[in-house]
Design a protein around this ligand. Structure first.
Ligand SMILES: Cc1ncc(COP(=O)(O)O)c(C=O)c1O
Length: 417
């Protein structure tokens, strides 16, 4: 099928939820993808932070084909050997005590909110005053299901679906005074992305995260960190909160966990986990043998790459800062490890730069209007970073705006994987 036929078919057959780029990918290898015309792309988005080990990783391929021939799904009514193996590893690296497996980021987040409420109910029964409110952050993003939307601080996602779950207050990003002002005894949890992803790569300040931890400890509330985008090695440590030296009560992870197979997880301390019992939460597909077996290998590979991620992240950041010094159109460089952003002063320019790079066979992403987001695979090398920085430099030099606003990509380099 050609791209234009697929585009026409999708337009007729699918809910119009996506404004896709007019590119159809057919295969990938390492940090590269190839489209249906044979054009090669350098991928600095990794399927929005999912393909952390790149494409066609031999160890992952081996596990998928071996396990697919044995057992893909069994449901959570029976045991298989990989949930405990994976949980053991996640517990070791997170410093938490218990895991629950599900299928996606939003499902992990939804479960984390339920866990917080269940914990609050248990406390209420123990004679505490009613605790049920939650605090989240302005500009946050936690997913598309109702609980996730209720804690997502962006009206464009929330307003079309109102009314949402009540009782969520939004605190100004990194504003400790606002956090203190909104925090009271009715709060059962503070919900934070350690580094806001979709909101434009905004790391929490040390002061803010510290204040959130102290307030929750003082008032018997929970600190829930969403590390769906920033966790599992992306920042050069297993979890982004480890850069802050702060331990949460609940953490959610997903994106890179099973190398592209759908898998998410909630990790919780024993204190929180003790409020769960059979029947209180569950999922049909979550934590199947195929995805969990793959995830065990992903964690092994990611651990080996942590130093490399830090080195490449520092190098990339330094290069982006060089661009910021050179181009007046750059507002700021942000991020940690291989979760980086270049904020431009103009949304039109950001859109044009992302499009120009795509034309030249480089995949990046524009988020929050003005922010160019980079989530390259962990296996990225200096030469790939140099190529992206060079292309960004050229696009910023040209103001990219002069580029025709075409939706058709130019033929680029061609080669076999
Ligand atoms: C921080 C964060 N939380 C939650 C989600 C939702 O994850 P999913 O799209 O897998 O439901 C995302 C997705 O981008 C995310 O970045």
């Amino acid at each position: 099928m050609t791209l234009s036929l697929v585009m026409r078919s999708e337009a007729a057959l699918l809910l119009p939820t996506y404004d896709r780029n007019p590119v159809m990918f057919t295969r990938g290898r390492g940090v590269y993808l190839w489209d249906s015309t044979g054009k090669k792309y350098l991928d600095f988005l990794s399927g929005i932070g999912v393909n952390a080990l790149g494409y066609g990783h031999p160890a992952i391929q081996k596990i998928i084909s071996g396990q697919a021939g044995k057992l893909i799904h069994i449901s959570n009514l029976f045991f298989h050997e990989y949930q405990a193996k994976l949980a053991k590893r996640l517990i070791q690296i997170s410093g938490l005590d218990k895991a629950f497996f599900c299928n996606s980021g939003t499902e992990a987040w939804e479960g984390a909110l339920k866990l917080a409420r269940a914990y609050a109910h248990a406390q209420n029964h123990n004679g505490h005053k009613a605790k049920w409110r939650m605090l989240a952050l302005e500009n946050s993003f936690h997913g598309r299901t109702f609980g996730a939307l209720a804690t997502t601080g962006q009206s464009k996602y929330r307003a079309p679906f109102a009314p949402l779950m009540p009782g969520v207050g939004f605190v100004e990003f990194n504003n400790v005074e606002d956090l203190k002002r909104q925090f009271d005894a009715s709060v059962c949890a503070i919900c934070l992305e350690t580094i806001q992803g979709e909101g434009g790569i905004n790391p929490l300040s040390q002061e803010f995260l510290q204040a959130a931890r102290e307030l929750t400890e003082k008032h018997g509330a929970l600190l829930i960190l969403d590390e769906i985008q920033c966790g599992l090695g992306r920042t050069g440590r297993h979890f982004a909160y480890q850069h802050y030296g702060i331990q949460p009560d609940i953490v959610t992870v997903a994106k890179p966990l099973a190398a592209g197979l759908p898998l998410g997880a909630i990790l919780a301390s024993n204190k929180v986990a003790s409020c769960m019992h059979p029947g209180l939460h569950g999922t049909t597909f979550g934590g199947g043998p195929l995805s969990c077996a793959v995830a065990v290998e992903v964690l092994k590979q990611a651990e080996r790459l942590l130093g490399h991620i830090r080195d490449m992240g520092d190098y990339f950041r330094g290069e982006l800062e060089g661009l910021a010094r050179k181009h007046a159109s750059v507002a700021q460089v942000r991020g940690l490890g291989l979760m980086l952003a270049l904020e431009l002063k103009s949304a039109d320019l950001a859109k044009a730069v992302a499009r120009q790079l795509l034309d030249h066979g480089i995949i990046i992403n524009r988020t929050h209007e003005t922010v160019l987001r980079f989530l390259p695979p962990y296996i990225v090398e200096k030469k790939h970073i140099d190529e992206v920085v060079h292309a960004l430099d050229a696009a910023l030099n040209e103001g990219a705006l002069k580029a025709p606003p075409t939706l058709v990509t130019k033929p680029g380099r061609r080669s076999k994987p």
